[in-house]
Structure formats: C-alpha cells, structure tokens
Ligand binder design. Structure first.
Ligand SMILES: [Zn+2]
Length: 472
C-alpha cells in the first residue's frame, strides 16, 4: 500500500447550495472545508435537468445526462410500454420506494460507472450500486431501517453520523481503496422538511465537515493524503416552498384523469403525471391514438389551447417545455408567450418568438461548452443543453413543467409535508458547489458531468465517451 499511489475521495453533500457553503465558511462554521478551499479550488458547477436526487447522480458517476441514460426523473412514465400492456414493469417507475433497486438495471448496461472503472471502489449510501459487492457497499447493512426511522421521526443526522463511522471503519480495517464515494443525505432532507437555513440543516453541513476533518487527519497520518484527489459536490440546490400546487390533481380536475405515484391503478386514465423533486413535473397524455411522444401540433390538439393557457396562468408554473415539430427543436413557454430552443449538430440557439421566458434574449453558439458559457450566469444555467438532453428520452413527458421558486407541484400524498424543493431549471436548483484539493485546473464554467472524466484522468484510466470535459 504505497503512499505514492493515487486515490480518490468523493463527498456528495446532497442538496448543498454553493452560497450556503460560502456563508458558513465565512462564519468559520466549516473549518475543514475552509482549509480545503484555501489550499485548492472552490467553484460553482451546473447539475442537470431535472435537478433531482438519483438522476442528478448520473452526470458525475457515468459522465452522462439523465436523458441520455433514459432516466429523466426520480419518477418516470413510458407511454409506449404503458399502452402495450398496462401492468408492465417498464411502464412507470418511482425510485422513492420499493422500486429504488431497479435503478441499476434501468441504466443502459453499456454505460460504465466510476465504480466499474476505478478498481477497489467503495460506496456509501448512493442508490446506484450496480456491480458493487455488499462488502464494498458501506452503508448497506441496516440502511432500510435507518432511513425509514430518519424519515418518519424527521431526525436525519444519525444516518450521516453512522455513514462517517462506516468510512472510518473501512480505513481502520487496513483495507486499501482506489475510489471512495460517500453521500451525506441530511442537508437535502433537512432542507426539504425544515428550511434551507434551519439550525438542523446547518448542523448537517457541519457533520459532513467534521467527517472530512477526521478522515483527512487519518489519511495524512497514513501518508495517503498527499496523492489523494478530494472532491466535493452536490446534485442540486434547494429553495424554500410556501405553496403546493398538485399538478396531477389539477389534470384530473381538467377532465384529464391522471395516474401518478402512489395512485397508479385508476381506470381509463387520460394522462400520467410524474413529479421529481418536487419542482419538476412530467405530463404524459394518454387521450390519443398511438403510443408516441407528442410534438407541438399534436400536443395542442390533444391537450387543447384552453387547458394550456389555464396551466400557464398558474402561479406555480414558471414555464413549460415541449418538443417542436422538427427534430432538435423545443419550445419554452410561459404565460407571456414562447421561445424556441434548437440544437442542429453542433449549433445551439435560443430565439424568443413572442416572449423571452428564460430571459436569454437571442443566442446562437457553437458547441455544448459554448452553450454552457452563454447561459452559466443567467437565471437558467445551461438551459439549452439541459432541455435538449432531457428530450432525448421518450420517458420525458409530452409537457415538462418547471415550477417557480417558492412553489412545488405535489400536495395530496406528501408526508411529511415538504418545505423545500428542487428539480427545476432555476439557478438556485442548478448551481452546485464544486470543491477539490487541487489548484490551477481549468477555470472554465463546469458541469458535474466534468467530474467523471476528471477522476478517470487523475487515476490514469482510459476515459469512455461521455458528456463531460476533464478539468485537469
Ligand atoms: Zn438530492
């Protein structure tokens, strides 16, 4: 176990916002992260659309966006499979419950994860566990019980504390590792059920900081730290929500009886509504012949212009997006009007038609990096690439709804009530922190998908085709 060997230690601080980290570091509340930031790099990166736990783990673990991986939500619906035969395992999915284990087999088998590519790989709490033996899945033992208890008692921190103990247990066991990926879930949970600034949420940030301090101290004494790549990021930010708008219930009241989780058995549904995060909604129309996803003309025919206008009037709806009539074209529409996003080969463009719902004016740019640069500091970072990638999947709805900050799209069946939300394309959900213990790497705008090739390159491994660009 040479001290010259390279290793990777990756903390996923689920739901962490970059501005919260900056603030807590400035207050001296995260001393170990502060040290890392001083010695290394702290930049902002973009996650993906939907900005939601699960799908938003795909960019850094596989280098691919959710649309490419055909997992465009923590809940999704496949019209083609549903219309083929309703009681079909592939017709719809919710990774929030018993079906979580299917995430592994839902992923395309030919797309490798970092766990497949990096030798001795250990996982803590992340749900993507394909090919990870139980001995390398540190959180697995007792996870279901621990998570259930945390959820119903709204006491989340024991999960993170036990996670940290499992990491220390691995290190003290004398076993070596190449890649250790650890999820700290409580910032996300506390932000959902309390508030993004609640004292319990802040304590969750501090639990992760303490863990980083203790793990680093141990690795320094062992001589492993000097060749260690340490990275920390998040899968999405969150914003507080004050009002719930139940999109599925609204569809039913509009005469478009909807199925969705957990009510999936309704007779003769006219639509399916799948919510992620809870600021992302995917609406699938079933009131038409055929089993295809709808493009603009058919969508307006089957949904009706009146319903569309009613939906756009809802305060909770920031904008909707749907496929245009031509390949590579997508509309973005709010109550004022719509704009067109297009991707033709390497050229991305955004053009207001009768309104500018994303406040981007006119953009025409070459390449997906250019598209990121031109939107990075906007209200909807990486909108052009993220909407294009999402609609690659037929499981992305006929209409996708992105909620306004302050609102979410699910009410009826939510327990405990959510007071924070994510999933949308707003910058508060899309911008995530990216901290690593290296200096002088690329300073261009980053995506979490860039982490995948960066880690492989650091470890001198071959890099499969992916949607990121290495930072190193
Ligand atoms: Zn999350």
């Amino acid at each position: 176990m040479s001290t010259d060997k390279k290793r990777v230690l990756f903390y996923l601080l689920d739901g962490a916002r970059p501005d919260m980290l900056t603030e807590l570091i400035a207050q001296g509340k995260l001393p170990h992260l502060q040290q890392l930031v001083e010695e290394g790099t702290f930049q902002i990166a973009t996650t993906c659309f939907p900005s939601t736990t699960g799908p938003a783990y795909l960019p850094f673990l596989t280098g691919q966006f959710p649309g490419t991986m055909n997992i465009p939500g923590i809940r999704w619906f496949d019209k083609q499979e549903f219309k083929r035969t309703r009681w079909n395992k592939m017709a719809m999915r919710s990774y929030c419950g018993l079906e979580a284990g299917w995430f592994n087999t839902d992923m395309p088998a030919d797309k490798a994860t970092l766990f497949d590519l990096l030798g001795e790989s250990y996982n803590l709490y992340n749900m993507i566990t394909r090919n990870i033996p139980d001995t390398h899945d540190l959180g697995k033992k007792g996870k279901n019980w621990l998570y259930t208890r945390a959820h119903f008692l709204k006491r989340h921190h024991p999960v993170d504390i036990q996670g940290h103990e499992r990491i220390m247990g691995l290190l003290k066991s004398g076993k070596d590792f190449d890649f250790l990926f650890a999820v700290f879930p409580s910032v996300d949970w506390d932000s959902h059920y309390h508030h993004i600034r609640d004292h319990r949420t802040i304590a969750a940030y501090q639990i992760a900081d303490n863990s980083i301090g203790e793990v680093r101290d141990y690795l320094e004494k062992k001589g492993w730290w000097k060749n260690m790549l340490f990275m920390l990021t998040s899968d999405h930010g969150l914003t507080p929500s004050h009002t719930h708008f139940d999109l599925g219930d609204w569809m039913t009241k509009q005469g478009m009886k909807s199925v969705g989780y957990p009510i999936i058995w309704r007779q003769n549904p006219k639509s399916a509504v799948m919510i992620s995060g809870n600021s992302f909604g995917s609406v699938h129309l079933l009131n038409h012949d055929g089993d295809h996803v709808l493009q603009e003309k058919e969508l307006v025919d089957h949904f009706s212009k009146e319903r569309m206008d009613e939906l756009l009037k809802k305060k909770a709806v920031d904008f909707i997006t749907y496929r245009g009539n031509r390949e590579g074209e997508y509309y973005v529409q709010n109550h004022q009007g719509k704009a067109l996003i297009s991707q033709h080969q390497e050229t991305y463009a955004y053009r207001p038609i009768d309104a500018d719902p994303l406040f981007l004016q006119n953009i025409t740019v070459k390449g997906h990096r250019g598209a990121l640069e031109s939107t990075f500091n906007s209200l909807y970072p990486d909108a052009l690439v993220q909407i294009s990638q999402l609609f690659k999947s037929r499981r992305a709805g006929d209409i996708v709804v992105s909620a306004r900050n302050g609102y979410d799209l699910r009410d009826f069946w939510e327990y405990p009530e959510h007071k924070g939300s994510h999933g949308s394309l707003t910058k508060e959900h899309i911008h995530v922190p990216l901290i690593y213990n290296q200096k002088g790497w690329a300073e261009h705008a980053a995506r979490t998908a860039d982490i995948f090739p960066t880690i492989l390159k650091w470890m001198d491994k071959p890099v499969p085709v992916n949607e990121g660009n290495a930072l190193n």
